[in-house]
Design a protein around this ligand. Structure first.
Ligand code: CTP
Ligand code: CA
Length: 220
């Protein structure tokens, strides 16, 4: 059978997808999180699997998907460690995780009690590593896809991320728009690439975004 009829065009490709919001530890029972559902990343992973790729999903989402190698993590630091282990052998990285920009400086080893002297409780935060930037800086032939979540100046901000993070593609979405981004089933994406005009896709389901992305990847 001719190659054009190959129904699984990602056979032989190693794909890593990161998905979900990181949970930054405060104490043994608490974390700082965000509203990311992980749906966009999960859809990216499933479609890649359906197209024949060997998929590793590094995620904070409690999920179990057949035919996908899942690594469960909580914090940005854990996500980074696992990604650094797996990245050298991958062909494509889809960085859909909503990584917390900051984490508590100190992690309490016991549950923090409320009966402190003060009514005000302060948690000091420190910056997390920029995982995408750190990992993509080591890239050889890997195709690296980042996301950009913006509430304003979408194009300008996403262009900056494309340049500064050494990504091949940025999928930008306006998370303040109805039906796009966090914790919904649909998304409105603008795809940015170096030296090409940005492409804005219509509002569609996250599964359709994933199909359209892998189609773009295969025909780029
Ligand atoms: N990202 C990352 N590590 C971080 C923060 C973000 O790898 N510490 C990745 C995200 O997974 C995403 C991309 O970088 O693929 C853009 O994330 P975003 O939050 O939109 O941008 P930031 O660079 O964090 O900048 P800001 O939040 O200030 O807009
Ligand atoms: Ca951020």
């Amino acid at each position: 059978i001719k190659k054009v009829f190959q129904p699984k065009p990602l056979v032989g490709k190693n794909v890593i997808v990161t998905a979900g919001g990181t949970k930054e530890t405060i104490d043994p029972v608490r974390f700082i999180g965000n509203r990311s559902s992980g749906k966009m990343g999960l859809a990216m992973a499933k479609i890649a699997r359906d197209l024949g790729a060997e998929v590793t999903l590094i995620t904070t989402v409690a999920t179990n998907l057949g035919g996908i190698n899942i690594i469960h993590v909580q914090t940005a630091d854990e996500l980074m460690t696992h990604l650094q282990d797996t990245f050298p052998d991958t062909d494509v990285l889809v960085m859909a995780a909503a990584v917390a920009d900051f984490k508590p400086i100190n992690v309490a080893d016991q549950k923090i009690k409320k009966n402190a002297d003060n009514d005000v409780f302060t948690i000091k935060l420190t910056k997390n590593p920029d995982i995408l930037k750190t990992v993509a800086a080591t890239k050889k032939n890997q195709f690296v896809v980042g996301f950009a979540a913006e509430t304003q100046n979408l194009l300008a901000n996403a262009e900056k991320k494309l340049a500064s993070k050494n990504a091949d593609v940025i999928l930008a979405n306006n998370v303040s728009q109805m039906g796009a981004g966090f914790n919904v089933d649909t998304n409105r994406i603008t795809l940015l690439q170096k030296n090409k005009q940005p492409e804005t896709w219509p509002l569609m389901s996250k599964v359709d975004v994933a199909k359209k992305f892998w189609d773009f990847y295969l025909h780029r």
